[in-house]
Design a protein. Structure first.
Lengths: 250, 198
């Protein structure tokens, strides 16, 4: 054990539960994104037992005020108080559930090494989960808007208007994920996508959180936009998101 | 790192659920010190379970024959199926003596981040069982935690489309917990007070 005292290793923060794993007989390992301490993995002891006081709080998609004790490899959750019980409404709607899973898996991947933007990422995650739970917009729009804004916050802002390579003002008719979004006729590499103009407009609306425009979009552009967002995300994360293929889209 | 055989044993033990590197080391040294006859029984138990025990071709519960005792028992109510995540949940519900129908073991809960979608569970097998017109009620008894709830949501929506009445265990079960930790009285009450979802 560390020779620092228990009290000096104790800290408080607000966090959202991104995912949980079973550990041993009755414990769970909780992956959290916190407001001030970035991504944390912590043990929640006994939460799978009937007598646990905070089992319901330390569930995926919940936001909680937490007290933790830092340990050598994993921290330990010692107190948890519910702040945003978003998981309840999300679990009651399968489309929301699969969207929330993709949001949290993306947040986990974007914050596992990058502590710098973690505070901003935290705000985006709880905003998206809250919107999902309250059905503020269609789940697929909340997901795609979150993905674009989270990538932009991580330093990979896509362009949906001016050419991502030469800066030529748009609108353009080609999209290329490796180059960073919309590309002009001259810069367009072979194999670029040719989305409908409405799809480019929807993507721009989702990135800038222009909800009146996004909410008014039709099914066709939503589907096409989702495919382009997924390709852009996979390109930058350089690994496959397990949850993305399970996302249910209308 | 230890030499060959000892390290191999530690590595294998460390792959078991809930066993960290320290526990793996402790168990490995316990095995080294233990009476050879005791360890022979452990090895035989592992060998037997891998050779003899299979999964019931109807419900997915563990079984030493092609179908399990419950599916073969003619006294069980053929009109009700209780859907659970794991075989150990069947044991927990059997202990309550509140249910006389048959079971369906999914093999887990829907967990997209873990790569588990509906296709990875025994949901197609459940649908196949429903072509039997005798079935009048499906009781969903997935774990009272978020993944269990989401799995129940998915199943209820699917079964509603087919037109079979679906019920879910009454609340009162601890939220966030595993079904297997619920005591018999609580679980029995949750069964009796189950509510119709569709
Ligand atoms: Zn250009
Ligand atoms: Zn069976």
């Amino acid at each position: 054990m560390s020779n620092r005292s228990f009290a000096s290793r104790t800290y408080r923060d607000q966090g959202v539960i991104l995912r949980t794993h079973k550990l041993g007989e009755a414990d769970r390992i909780i992956t959290l994104l916190t407001k001030q301490h970035g991504q944390i993995r912590a043990v929640a002891k006994g939460v799978r037992r009937t007598s646990s006081k905070f089992g319901a709080v330390l569930e995926p998609f919940m936001v909680a005020d937490l007290q933790l004790v830092s340990g050598r490899s994993l921290d330990i959750v010692t107190q948890a108080q519910m702040v945003g019980p978003y998981g309840r409404d999300i679990a009651a709607d399968y489309t929301k559930y699969t969207s929330a899973a993709a949001i949290c898996e993306t947040a986990e991947k974007l914050t596992d090494a990058d502590g710098e933007s973690a505070g901003a990422q935290y705000g985006l995650v709880i905003g998206a989960l809250s919107a999902l739970s309250r059905s503020v917009h269609a789940p697929e729009l909340i997901l795609d808007s979150y993905l674009l804004r989270a990538l932009a916050t991580a330093g990979w802002a896509p362009s949906f208007d001016q050419c991502a390579r030469c800066g030529e003002p748009g609108p353009h008719t080609a999209f290329n994920a490796p180059l960073g979004g919309a590309v002009c006729h001259d810069c367009r590499p072979p194999g670029s996508a040719s989305p409908a103009p409405q799809t480019m407009q929807l993507l721009a609306a989702l990135l800038s959180a222009d909800w009146p425009a996004a909410d008014a979009s039709a099914t066709g552009p939503r589907r096409e936009a989702a495919g382009l967002v997924a390709s852009y995300l996979q390109w930058h994360l350089e690994r496959t998101l397990k949850s993305l293929k399970h996302v249910e889209r209308v | 790192m230890y030499e060959g055989a000892v390290q191999e044993l530690i590595d294998e033990l460390g792959r078991l659920p809930g066993i960290g590197p320290k526990s793996a080391q402790r168990i490995a040294f316990h095995i080294l010190d233990a009476d050879p006859a005791d360890m022979k029984r452990l090895v035989d138990a592992v060998t037997n379970v891998k050779e003899r025990v299979k999964f019931c071709s109807i419900c997915g519960n563990v079984s030493e024959q092609d179908t399990c005792n419950i599916c073969r028992d003619p006294r069980r109510d053929p009109t009700a199926i209780c859907v659970v995540e794991e075989s150990k949940d069947v044991i927990a519900i059997e202990r309550t003596r509140s249910f006389r129908g048959r079971y369906h073991v999914l093999g887990g809960a829907i967990n997209p981040i873990g790569g588990v979608g509906p296709e990875q569970l025994r949901i197609k097998e459940l649908l196949n069982r429903l072509s039997d017109k005798q079935i009048e009620e499906i009781i969903i008894a997935t774990d009272p935690n978020l993944e269990g709830e989401a799995t129940a949501t998915y199943l209820a929506r699917m079964l509603k489309a087919i037109g079979i009445p679906v019920s879910r265990l009454a609340s009162g079960l601890p939220v966030g917990g595993d079904l297997e930790y619920a005591d018999e009285v609580t679980l029995g009450r949750a069964f009796e007070g189950r509510r119709i979802l569709t």
